[in-house]
Design a protein around this ligand. Structure first.
Ligand SMILES: [Zn+2]
Ligand SMILES: [Zn+2]
Length: 386
């Protein structure tokens, strides 16, 4: 490394994708450490698969880990380390121990044990605040993983377990062949039915047959789980049946869209939507989703009727508000118009705006602008009313 120390290298660099910089960095690191590090990254898949929506880059401060894996690392006298699998969106549990991943709640050690800022370690297996190896300063509560958690995590784990040699045999043609075998065998050759069951867009599946880009890994995972087929084999063009039922909306929610890592459950979402509906000034769906740390599609999927009702209520309120703005503006412009007429000044857009103090320039299609135009064009319509 020291021969060609890259100036852009920082202690927090993560290698996932197969960009040229990452490939070079991986090569240098392997030479420097004398270790084969390819299996610790996703670079080995980069020639065929895209992981763009599947990595949890956004919330890097909120580390997730399996406390039992760290315990075992310590017992085996290994440095507890973060698993690549835990970085993938959609993975919420440890399949070795069958427990949900623990989202770090921060350091519980005494304030006196905190490290200075510049000394804080960055390894996932070490508490950055007190330096406890295996994050033993935390007190995680272990919860049993749900069946769908295990199915999704197992599917992705089997793919990450593919060796570099096995990955070399994966290419666009083998993936296409695997998809074709799944659709033929499990969905009687009906690719629309397969797309619907997987919660993937029908167009996405069409593109896989036509285009030459990379395959989106998350969508392939959705398809393989819906078709009960082992994804690691499917990528190699093989058909190998597995067990496990995950409904399409669950697949889409967990793998389909980028959403912030969140512990929000369906029950939470329903409760928040109900509360939002009861408020006088209802928040938008977007606001509710943001406050919960979930995506709008996730919110819609968990409580379709409530989400619809909230959107409808907001729409009504918005129209009422615009109507009020229109009427208020029309009254003001009309009064100004009368004053202009009385003082013998010209009634035009500019004078109306200047003398009323109401500017309507900014929002051309807005209610104020429409009121201004109406007062200029047909003032008699208002004179009758007011
Ligand atoms: Zn574990
Ligand atoms: Zn700590």
């Amino acid at each position: 490394m020291s021969l060609r120390a890259p100036c852009w290298l920082t202690p927090s660099w993560s290698i996932y994708s197969g960009s040229s910089v990452n490939v070079e960095l991986l090569d240098l690191l392997q030479k420097a450490t004398g270790q084969s590090l390819g299996m610790t990254t996703l670079v080995r898949f980069a020639h065929t698969l895209s992981f763009c929506k599947l990595l949890n880059h956004s919330n890097s401060g909120h580390v997730r880990y399996c406390p039992l894996c760290f315990e075992e690392d310590l017992k085996a006298k290994k440095l507890p380390y973060g698993r690549l699998l835990w970085e993938l969106r959609g993975v919420d549990c440890c399949i070795t121990h069958g427990v949900r991943l623990h989202a770090t709640s921060g350091c519980w050690a005494d304030v006196g044990k905190r490290l200075a800022l510049q000394e804080r370690p960055r390894a996932i297996g070490v508490c950055p605040d007190c330096g406890s190896i295996g994050r033993q300063c935390e007190k995680p509560v272990l919860a049993k993983a749900e069946a769908s958690d295990i199915v999704i995590a197992t599917c992705l784990a089997n793919v990450l377990a593919l060796s570099e040699q096995e990955c070399a045999s994966i290419d666009r043609e083998s993936v296409r062949e695997g998809v074709r075998a799944l659709v033929n065998h499990q969905f009687n050759g009906n690719s629309n039915a397969a797309a619907d069951a997987a919660g993937v867009g029908r167009g996405t599946m069409c593109n896989w047959h036509k285009n030459d880009g990379t395959f989106n890994f998350a969508s392939l995972a959705q398809l393989s789980i819906a078709g009960k087929v082992d994804l690691s084999r499917m990528l190699k063009g093989e058909l190998f049946l597995t067990e496990g039922d995950v409904p399409p909306q669950e697949l889409r929610r967990r793998l389909g869209r980028a959403y912030v890592r969140s512990n929000t459950t369906d029950v939470d979402m329903v409760r928040h939507l109900k509360e939002a509906l009861e408020q006088d000034e209802t928040p938008t769906l977007n606001k509710v989703a943001t406050s919960l740390g979930v995506s709008i599609p996730a919110l819609r999927a968990s409580a379709p009727a409530l989400a619809k009702a909230l959107v409808a209520k907001n729409q009504v309120a918005k129209e009422a508000h615009r109507g009020n703005v229109y009427l208020d503006a029309a009254r003001t412009y009309l009064r100004t118009r009368q004053a202009l007429v009385d003082s013998g000044k010209t009634v035009n857009q500019k004078n109306l705006q200047v003398h009323s103090g109401l500017s309507a320039d900014l929002e051309r299609q807005g209610p104020r602008y429409r009121a201004l135009q109406a007062v200029i064009a047909t003032p008699e319509k208002f004179e009758l009313k007011y």
